[in-house]
Design a protein around this ligand. Structure first.
Ligand code: ATR
Length: 290
């Protein structure tokens, strides 16, 4: 059979994608495919519904499918560590991977969540963590990613407020052992704790799922924050959460969660394709998909 010249010249498509369970609500395919199309790169980005039981066989099949890189989301961010040859120092510190890429046929793991958060924070608010006092609401996986990246930039103090105080204490202890010059503290997520820590806070970050789809914090006394404080929310559905609206009303600077999603994706895109990510196109795709 003869192959036409046109077909011969068609570049071979490589696959990129995201694995998770569930995965159908992920905005990453829309964001990455828009960027790939804009730069006319020979990749397609697909969502893969993979259960925990299927993870091992997914890794075995991935190379046969010409899958050259992929994102990892809940519940696999920790479990994938087992299947990787090398992981970045930041992913090691976080104990979680969100981006996997291939180098000479070997799987490498990185985590762009924290760097994506910091890039978004600094470009949108000009905030730099060095010497600052930062309060974090929540002590789960998202909090871990953000704490790691912030800690690497030498803030003065990181204070964790969480509904389950023991989880915040364990996280504070773990990071305090790793970053001896930073003051870590854990308190219950209660009005009284906020009244104590807010007056000295430069940046307040919500890493919990409160705010998602219109839910809201019960009596978070933002009025105790200094007028110069920034309020940042990792939740991006809705784009402006009730927490951000409340902060805005008090005249505080706000930082919405969509920027972290954009920049973690942009950093992954660069790792896979070695091309400069088209940020505006990616942002538009995200906003359209939302
Ligand atoms: P993620 O990976 O998104 O961070 P996670 O690891 O399950 O998810 O962590 C969720 C965080 O949101 C936790 O800090 C959780 O508090 P608990 O440790 O007490 O569970 C917090 N969270 C979720 N729903 C909450 C609610 N209704 N009120 C207070 N905190 C909540």
């Amino acid at each position: 059979m003869k192959t036409s010249n046109k077909l011969k010249n068609t570049p071979k498509i490589s696959l990129l994608g995201i694995i998770g369970d569930p995965i159908k609500h992920s905005l990453s395919p829309a964001m990455h495919n828009a960027a790939l199309e804009k730069l006319a790169l020979p990749y397609a980005y697909l969502p893969f519904q993979v259960s925990s039981k299927e993870l091992k066989s997914f890794f075995l099949k991935a190379k046969k499918w010409n899958l050259v890189g992929f994102n990892v989301t809940i519940p696999h961010k920790e479990a994938v560590l087992l299947f990787l040859k090398k992981i970045s120092p930041e992913a090691k510190l976080m104990g979680a991977v969100n981006t996997i890429y291939q180098k000479k046929g070997v799987w490498y793991g990185d985590n762009t969540d924290g760097r994506g958060y910091l890039t978004s924070l600094s470009t949108e608010t000009k905030f730099h963590p060095r010497g600052k006092r930062i309060v974090i609401l929540g002590a789960g996986g998202a909090a871990r990613a953000v704490i790691c990246s912030l800690a690497l930039k030498s803030p003065r103090a990181i204070i964790l407020l969480n509904r389950t105080e023991e989880k915040a204490s364990a996280l504070a202890q773990e990071f305090s052992n790793k970053f001896k010059k930073i003051h870590f503290e854990a308190l219950p997520l209660e009005k009284e704790s906020c009244q104590i820590v807010f007056p000295d806070t430069h940046l307040l970050i919500n890493t919990t799922s409160i705010g998602l789809n219109g839910t809201h914090f019960d009596k978070l006394p933002l009025k105790h924050l200094p007028k110069t404080a920034i309020v940042s929310d990792l939740v991006y559905r809705p784009l402006k959460t009730k927490l951000l609206k409340q902060a805005e009303k008090l005249g505080l600077k706000i930082h919405p969660g969509i920027g972290m999603l954009l920049h973690q994706g942009a950093l992954a895109f660069k790792l896979w394709t070695h091309h400069q990510p088209p940020l505006k196109i990616m942002q538009k795709a995200l906003l359209d998909a939302l």
